[in-house]
Design a binder for this molecule. Structure first.
Ligand code: DHB
Length: 315
């Protein structure tokens, strides 16, 4: 079950999706201590600490449908790169970065690169929940400009230390031409990993009984996660692993070992768990790991590479 994402070697392909139980020091340490979590990902951080949106900001149906509009509550980037945290985490540690401006993103990345205890960054181009801040991942010109600048910073660091992992978290794309455009931008830079996909931005869950929305911010609109997004996630994993040279981390709709198997078959080298982690808490990792192991042994697969990206098409 070992795998490699960019420059990072993982003993397990499972990790948390950024945002779920990874904001505080206690939560990060708990993730680090959770069996079969291969890598710890932080809550997306901004330059300054933020409280986020007014509650309720999250809802799920208890089975596997979720909506969130947290609004980036986080402790500020300094917290996530401080020795006080990094010295406590023994597994690979990825800091998710979601600055509110280009300047903030570049400042955070620059500071993060100076910290040799951090395995890499996941630059979040796809937060749908901050009012007045569109997702950069849907503005190809802005995305290209930001990546150009971020890439220069990362390259400088790599000259002295090859091990830093430059990753992106992307929104879902729904058009074949968008896959082509995004991958041609990504391929211009030395990006090691891409995480596909963030939540489906700005969905709406309705409670027909009370005739209300289920979360407060933005009139009830929020990012949709869970099984309902799986097929979109699989398409993004598949197409972007074909079109880019990056290792793809699959995220979206993973509730069972079969879901993880499908993501890996489509080309994911590792997978993140969001909604189901929220619902089932830390036991989810061992359960899904064992379910995937069972599927592999039934099929006679000895390693993830035996089936990673080997989805068959109909001729
Ligand atoms: C938040 C939600 C996201 O989907 C994301 O990528 C970053 C932050 C949030 O609402 O806090």
């Amino acid at each position: 079950m070992e795998t490699q994402i960019g420059n990072i070697h993982l003993l397990s392909p499972f990790m948390n999706a950024s945002g779920v139980y990874c904001k505080s020091k206690e939560q990060l340490i708990k993730l680090d201590n959770t069996q079969l979590v291969g890598c710890v990902v932080s809550k997306s951080c901004t330059f300054e600490p933020r409280d986020g949106n007014p509650e309720p900001i999250y809802w799920d149906d208890g089975s596997n449908l979720s909506i969130n509009s947290s609004g980036l509550p986080n402790m500020g980037y300094k917290f996530y790169i401080n020795k006080n945290i990094t010295s406590q985490i023994n597994k690979p540690y990825i800091v998710s970065v979601s600055g509110l401006t280009v300047k903030d993103n570049l400042t955070i990345i620059d500071e993060l690169l100076k910290n040799l205890d951090i395995s890499g960054l996941e630059l979040n181009l796809s937060c749908p929940n901050v009012i007045g801040k569109p997702q950069i991942g849907y503005d190809f010109e802005a995305m290209d400009k930001l990546l150009y600048q971020a890439n220069l910073l990362v390259q400088n660091r790599k000259l002295s230390d090859k091990k830093f992992n430059f990753g992106l978290k992307l929104p879902p794309y729904f058009d074949m031409s968008h896959f082509d455009i995004v991958s041609s931008i990504i391929n211009k830079y030395e990006i090691d990993t891409i995480t596909c996909i963030n939540s489906l931005g700005n969905g709406l869950v309705v409670d027909p009984k009370s005739e209300t929305v289920v979360i407060k911010p933005k009139g009830g609109f929020g990012g949709i996660g869970g099984s309902v997004v799986k097929q979109i996630a699989l398409a993004n994993v598949r197409r972007l692993s074909q079109l880019t040279k990056c290792d793809v981390i699959g995220c979206g709709g993973i509730k069972t070992g079969t879901d993880a198997f499908e993501h890996i078959l489509c080309g994911a080298k590792a997978v993140q768990i969001g909604t189901q982690f929220y619902i089932e808490k830390h036991e989810v990792f061992e359960r899904i790991y064992n379910e995937l192991l069972d599927i592999m042994s039934e099929k006679g697969y000895k390693s993830l590479n035996d089936f990673c990206g080997k989805l068959k098409v109909i001729n």
